[in-house]
Design a binder for this molecule. Structure first.
Ligand SMILES: Nc1ncnc2c1ncn2[C@@H]1O[C@H](COP(=O)(O)OP(=O)(O)O)[C@@H](O)[C@H]1O
Ligand SMILES: [Mg+2]
Length: 606
């Protein structure tokens, strides 16, 4: 626990160090400003004591001004000029200090956000499946903002005000020590109040941010699945769910506000009582002649000067609470180590032959629930291996193991004889093109979605890839063709159109291995023919793993693997498997799916 806390502090400190020049300049300006605030009441003291009450100047001043009576007017002018100068200095320093510190805070927020985004992006799919993207976005947004506010608040509010207060107390002690001590007695009361509230404010901030994050996650999920909501007319239901979550946020935020509302008056009350007592006692000192009226003026001005920073510090309590919670929340995900990551000595081979071997591979998403059991096979350049099996038999999981979205629990997956865990992920993923069952697209033009397959690919490259894949006419027939801007996650295209784009994207990549996950599952016969042609082109000089639901698509494969509940139960060419009988032959005769209880499709062979 304390390890985590010191780790959090170290991490924040590292980010602060990047802005150390600005922070140092800002802190210096703010400290100088504190000194100016300290000097601010002094000209007034001399005006009262030496100009109005005509008290003779001290020996040091007498040396400069030999006849104070004659030069009283001069002294008044000088003091007036000093007040003006201090005022200007205060304004200038406040401007510079604020600017430097706010700039630094903004830049620190920027660098934290960049680092955190880079980290979140690289966490494994397993992590992302278990966390709502809106919740992650909320940590990236709101929580980083809270840290940024904290940096600004420490520099702009806390530092100068603490300095002002300590300076004021020091001067008070020097002027009249027991009077100063009396004033100092307020400090423990203030500290006690602040500590009492700080813990509660932090707890409330934690609840608020948690509720806000959850709400943001759930809201984004509903909005991105809005078609589902509308299709089942569940808008009212979602209204209620939103209301429930929003009221949780409201309750947590209100509690936080109430604490904040009580905190400032509690501080103010303590300060007001102290001011009264101190003013009263100061006046008795002046009457007894132990203090000049000018001294009392300085004391009272200081008391007023203390009240403002004390209130600011109280306000900073909320910012601090929020920042502490934000730091915890960011650290919680920052501490997640990507389960799939490069080894320190990850290899980047110069050449990729495209030979993939699975050797006794077993894998399960949860412990003790294997989804893939003892699977072995080999892919080679120029050859197509087909994987068939019922829905849920583990086909897509095997595809994910080849692209190393998961590591096997037992056995090995190798590329060109090397365990995938030895290879750089960047290398591996650029050599393996996966056309997933449900291809994902960005909200961008079609050509840009194709060009995404290779770093630096141009619009022309994208079109050439589509032509090479034989899907050019499908894309050209879209309104706007290659320049059509696709809806979020490809929502404005049909499944088949999305697959055509994904195939072109795979064609563009430098992959030596292509994996096509059920390319014909959501397309009509004509598009299927076209896709199959595209796949054959794609597979020509690459190793291809073709996952299929419909047996008609795998007839030409060099090797067919029949998967049943994660296990390969049969392997061979189409003819061999038909001759052997068993699951494949039965399913083929039924025109259905291997392992399916009842054949659903009546698509004839060939
Ligand atoms: N991310 C996941 N987390 C947990 N279980 C999963 C996940 N993905 C798939 N599964 C489960 O693993 C099994 C195999 O799924 P999958 O490989 O997608 O089958 P197929 O592609 O053959 O239809 C299914 O029972 C499915 O529910
Ligand atoms: Mg699948």
């Amino acid at each position: 626990m304390s390890d985590r806390r010191s780790e959090r502090r170290r991490w924040l400190a590292a980010h602060l160090r990047r802005e150390k020049a600005r922070l140092a300049l800002g802190a210096t300006a703010m400290s100088m400003r504190a000194a100016v605030l300290l000097l601010l009441p002094w000209p007034l003291k001399f005006i009262v004591d030496n100009v109005i009450f005509r008290k003779p100047l001290g020996s040091w001043a007498a040396a400069v001004l030999p006849d104070p009576a004659m030069h009283r007017l001069l002294l008044l002018h000088a003091l007036g000029a000093a007040m003006l100068g201090l005022g200007l200095l205060d304004a200038g320093l406040a401007y510079l200090g604020n600017r430097w510190l706010l700039d630094a805070a903004q830049r620190i927020g920027y660098s934290i956000r960049r680092e955190f985004f880079a980290h979140l992006q690289r966490l494994s799919l397993g992590f992302h499946r278990n966390h709502l993207s809106g919740e992650l976005a909320s940590r990236l947004g709101g929580d980083v903002n809270a840290l940024q506010d904290f940096v600004a608040a420490v520099g702009v509010d806390l530092l100068p005000h603490l300095l002002t207060i300590s300076g004021i107390l020091a001067v008070m002690l020097a002027m009249n020590w027991h009077y100063g001590l009396m004033t100092l007695a307020v400090a423990p009361v203030l500290v006690w109040i602040a500590r009492h509230f700080a813990a509660e404010i932090k707890a409330a901030a934690r609840r608020t941010r948690k509720a806000e994050g959850e709400q943001s996650g759930a809201t984004q999920e509903v909005l991105s699945n809005v078609q589902l909501v509308q299709a089942f007319a569940r808008e009212d239901h979602e209204d209620r769910r939103f209301e429930e979550r929003a009221s949780t946020v409201l309750a947590a935020a209100l509690r936080s506000n109430h604490l904040q509302a009580a905190f400032a008056p509690a501080m103010n009350l303590a300060i007001a009582v102290a001011t009264g007592v101190i003013a009263w006692y100061g006046a008795t000192l002046v009457i007894r002649g132990a203090l000049t009226p000018g001294d009392l003026l300085v004391f009272l001005a200081y008391l007023r000067a203390i009240a403002t920073p004390a209130r600011q510090i109280a306000k900073a309590g909320r910012v601090f609470g929020r920042a502490a919670v934000a730091l915890e929340r960011i650290e919680e995900y920052r501490a997640v180590v990507p389960s799939i990551a490069d080894a320190p000595d990850a290899l980047v081979p110069a050449h990729c032959a495209g030979r993939v071997e699975l050797d006794g591979v077993s894998f399960g998403y949860a412990a003790d629930a294997p989804v893939v059991r003892d699977v072995s096979f080999e892919l080679q350049r120029g050859r197509t291996v087909a994987l068939v099996g019922a829905t849920g038999s583990g086909k897509s999981t095997i595809a994910g193991l080849v692209a190393r979205f998961n590591d096997p629990d037992f056995g090995q997956v190798r590329l060109d004889g090397r365990d995938l865990r030895q290879l750089s992920l960047r290398y591996l993923r650029s050599r393996i093109a996966l056309v997933p069952q449900d291809p994902l697209l960005f909200h961008a033009p079609v050509w840009a979605n194709i060009a995404y397959g290779r770093d630096g690919a141009t619009r022309r490259d994208a079109i050439e890839a589509a032509i090479a894949a034989g899907v050019d006419d499908v894309i050209s027939s879209l309104p706007g063709g290659y320049d059509l801007v696709v809806g979020e996650r490809g929502s404005t295209l049909s499944g088949g159109q999305r697959q055509c784009i994904a195939v072109a994207r795979a064609m563009l990549s430098e992959a030596a291995v292509v994996i096509l996950d059920e390319p014909s599952s959501s397309v009509d016969g004509v598009t299927e023919q076209r896709l199959m042609r595209a796949l054959r082109r794609l597979a020509q000089d690459r190793a291809a793993l073709l996952i299929a639901h419909r047996l008609a698509t795998v007839v030409d494969a060099d090797l067919i693997l029949v998967l049943d509940r994660g296990r390969i139960v049969q392997r061979g060419t189409h003819e061999r498997l038909l001759a052997d009988g068993g699951l494949y032959a039965e399913s083929w005769r039924a025109n259905g799916l291997p392992g399916a209880p009842a054949p659903l499709r009546l698509v004839a062979a060939s």
